[in-house]
Design a protein. Structure first.
Length: 141
């Protein structure tokens, strides 16, 4: 299996209005259970307004999971911005890591950097998640 390619899919979506941190934790708990069953790994970030996720594993399982995620009423407007075949998982250390990002929170930046520090994480993936931290912030006046 080490020579087989696996699928990686990344998306951004808009959270349902009023989605609470407890809802985000419930999503993470569900994702960890489902991903363990399907052999998937990934990272899910929530900035209070939007979700960003990278999901990886066997192609059929990734796209079946994406289909289920797309139907989840806790978000809408899903846009897949990256699909690729990869030789090595970027997030092999967990079934689904999650981070609640707050734009001005320096501890959040440290936590994100730790999650993205694995050798297999591509520079593009690091940049996408690091940029995501600023999404949804009100414009400076």
């Amino acid at each position: 299996m080490p020579n087989e390619m696996i699928a990686s899919c990344s998306y951004i979506s808009t959270a349902r209005a009023g989605l609470a941190d407890t809802d985000f934790q419930a999503i993470l708990d569900e994702a960890n259970e489902r991903n363990a069953t399907l052999g998937l790994t990934g990272l899910l970030a929530f900035n209070g307004l939007n979700f960003m996720q990278t999901l990886e594993g066997a192609r059929q399982n990734v796209y079946e999971c994406i289909r289920l995620i797309e139907m989840d009423r806790r978000h809408n407007g899903m846009v897949i911005f990256d699909r690729r075949e990869i030789r090595q998982r970027e997030f092999s250390g967990w079934t689904m890591a999650g981070i609640r990002m707050r734009s001005a929170d320096k501890l959040c930046r440290v936590e994100l950097d730790q999650l993205l520090s694995a050798d297999g994480v591509r520079p593009e993936t690091r940049k996408n998640f690091q940029s995501f931290q600023s999404y949804g912030r009100p414009a400076a006046l």
